[in-house]
Design a protein around this ligand. Structure first.
Ligand code: MRU
Length: 342
């Protein structure tokens, strides 16, 4: 299986590699992942990132461990460690939980190996299909002439398929709709500037990069008429977590009466989470805010001891969302309040 950011083959021995997303766009370097510890390190460092992709990658990493002969006990320990790599995107837990069930259900080693691999590959393939379905439903909401704002990276780099929000935008472009995309750079790790801009360029979709603090101004000028963002966890009341800055975009969209759509697959819905207040928010290192790192090296522009607050995600309340684009269709606030996500 080959995706934009993940390669898996089983020619002689299992081979799993990921595109190092921390080095993009200047350097396109694939790194081999040989065991679950390497996958955990890659996920923590955001070399592998995006809610669906970290779930798929963790599942394949466990399958690889099984093929290397890991015992049932070791696989279960690795599953627990993988789930702890990042706390906010529920896809990681949902995908690893599926493998945990397979591991627990199979006692014979050869069956355990086969079933674990089958389940991991099914998860990857399903993600491709979920993305296609979201792209189908979402692209129908886009018209020629639309000028769309997006935040973070929710494209093929963040999933095994075309993406979530960016997949919708890409599908509209492939359908021949003439669109323009404004890309928030997405501080602190710049997924918009580094990754979304790279994808839009690759797929020849017209775009303009702006810094995050320009978004409200660009909206006030009437330059944006639709907003599409991805998500890392959706609560059953429709609140959702996405990359830090999404909430601010939603507030500005509400003020300017711009339709604000969130796009996510069923693997991002947390049926146990009643509202956004229950979503754990990942806190990341201070150095990400004090400066920037990439293929260009490390730059620090603050004093080295500058106190920092660095939540990686924020929660957008359901009231600010125009519609939720899922793989099952488009839901309104009324659908959600009547229990569509329960
Ligand atoms: O910290 P990241 O880069 O993994 O955060 C990713 C996002 O917030 C995306 O917008 C999100 O995963 C939703 S779409 C795949």
């Amino acid at each position: 299986m080959n995706t934009l950011a993940l390669r898996w083959s089983l020619d002689n021995k299992p081979h799993l590699s990921v595109l190092d997303q921390q080095l993009l766009p200047q350097v396109e370097k694939w790194i081999g992942i040989h065991d679950c510890n390497e996958m955990i390190a890659a996920i923590k460092a955001l070399k592998v990132r995006g809610a669906p992709l970290i779930g798929v990658s963790a599942a394949l990493s466990l399958a690889q461990s099984g093929l290397h002969g890991s015992s049932k006990e070791k696989l279960l320990q690795e599953a627990t460690a993988l789930m702890a790599a990042r706390p906010t995107a529920i896809n990681l837990m949902n995908c690893v939980n599926r493998l945990q069930k397979v591991i627990l259900a199979n006692v014979k080693p050869e069956l355990l190996l086969k079933e674990t691999l089958t389940e991991a590959l099914a998860i990857a393939q399903e993600d491709v299909e979920l993305c296609d379905r979201m792209a189908h439903y979402g692209a129908a909401l886009i018209e020629s002439g639309d000028s769309i704002l997006t935040h973070c990276n929710s494209g093929a780099l963040a999933t095994a398929g075309v993406g979530t929000a960016l997949g919708v935008i890409r599908r509209a472009h492939e359908l021949g709709k003439k669109i323009h995309v404004y890309v928030d750079e997405t501080r602190p790790l710049l997924q918009g500037a580094r990754l979304t801009a790279w994808e839009l360029d690759k797929f020849q979709i017209h775009y303009t990069l702006i810094t995050d603090n320009m978004a409200a101004h660009v909206m006030s000028l009437g330059k944006i008429n639709k907003i599409f963002v991805g998500c890392d966890r959706i609560a059953v009341n429709g609140d959702f977590a996405n990359k830090i800055g999404t909430y601010g975009v939603a507030v500005c969209a509400h003020y300017h009466q711009i339709p604000f759509y969130v796009v996510g697959p069923q693997t991002t819905v947390d049926s146990k989470c009643l509202s956004g207040a229950e979503i754990p928010i990942e806190q990341r290192h201070a150095h990400e805010v004090r400066g920037a790192s990439g293929s260009f090296g490390n730059v620090i522009w603050s004093q080295e001891n500058t106190p920092v607050y660095n939540p990686s995600f924020d929660v957008t309340p359901a009231k600010l969302v125009t519609a939720w684009i899922l793989d099952t269709g488009v839901l309104t606030y009324k659908n959600i309040s009547e229990g569509a996500l329960k």
